[in-house]
Design a protein around this ligand. Structure first.
Ligand SMILES: Nc1ncnc2c1ncn2[C@@H]1O[C@H](COP(=O)(O)OP(=O)(O)O)[C@@H](O)[C@H]1O
Ligand SMILES: Nc1ccn([C@@H]2O[C@H](COP(=O)(O)OP(=O)(O)O)[C@@H](O)[C@H]2O)c(=O)n1
Length: 232
């Protein structure tokens, strides 16, 4: 029996890493909803759309088509914005600097959430983001809320970005993470918060292997609980 796994949490704590590994192990589909908000942000930046003008935003959204493809060689899930692979561009600091402002806009969330919910029509899905367990799939069979010590998260993200851009500084990364966590947690529309029934995973001192093992145990428990609720 297949389930929906919702993973939410703060920036750079390892949500996508865990979601990807779970999807691989379980042969589920993995959807990184942060990549969707980043791709929308990239489009709005490129088209010089004013974030204060709702009409302009609505017009822009009509021209945004997003889809994911799995790279045949690396097996990585890549995001396409109007048929352009933007998986690398969306990780640039210029996008990271604006994405939380964009993701706080109601029209943008309605647009993204509708697509995410469509993807969940068939179960067997691991989705990570900020509002998956609270808004997108409030009935998900397993919800995980991830967190880690802020300074550990800064170092993890810094290492990742430094490998691509050696000009980046620890302070820049720290500032971006702090600001995004603040905006994401305090916005009016679907703020980041732990769903009441989400399991808490603090991976500050946990290896990737350990977090995967624990999450797989939770998956097994969630399947049993769900089978008990809906007997054949
Ligand atoms: N348990 C862990 N221990 C150390 N590093 C981790 C762990 N989990 C993930 N990472 C690393 O932390 C960084 C951020 O992970 P990512 O999955 O992109 O986070 P998020 O999706 O929450 O932003 C990546 O470089 C990833 O390899
Ligand atoms: N479900 C989601 C996913 C992301 N987001 C927004 O998109 C931004 C980028 O998400 P991300 O998952 O790529 O961010 P990181 O945790 O990887 O840094 C977040 O800071 C949020 O502002 C959101 O609002 N809702």
């Amino acid at each position: 029996m297949k389930i929906i796994i919702a993973i939410d949490g703060f920036s750079s704590c390892g949500k996508s890493t865990l979601a990807k590994e779970l999807a691989e192990q379980l042969h589920y589909t993995f959807i990184d909803t942060g990549a969707m908000y980043r791709a929308i942000t990239l489009y709005l930046i490129r088209e010089n759309v004013s974030l204060k003008n709702v009409e302009e935003i609505n017009e822009a959204l009509k021209n945004i088509h997003l889809h994911f493809e799995t790279h045949p060689e690396t097996g990585k899930s890549e995001i396409y914005l109007n048929d352009e692979n933007v998986s690398r561009h969306i990780r640039d600091m210029i996008v990271a600097d604006k994405v939380s402002e964009v993701a706080a806009i109601k029209e943008v969330r309605t647009f993204a959430v509708a697509q995410q919910q469509k993807m969940g029509k068939r179960k067997g899905l691991v989705m990570d983001g900020r509002d998956i367990g609270t808004v997108v799939f409030p009935d998900a069979e397993l919800k995980i809320f991830m967190t880690a010590d802020p300074e550990i998260r800064v170092k993890r993200r810094f290492q990742e970005m430094y490998a691509i851009n050696p000009d980046i500084t620890l302070d820049e990364v720290r500032h971006n993470l702090e600001l995004r966590d603040y905006i994401d947690s305090n916005r009016e529309e679907s703020p980041l918060r732990r769903a009441d029934d989400a399991r808490l995973l603090d991976n500050s001192e946990m290896t990737r292997e350990a977090q995967l093992k624990l999450a797989l145990q939770w998956v097994a428990e969630a399947k049993v609980a769900n089978e008990e609720k809906t007997p054949a």
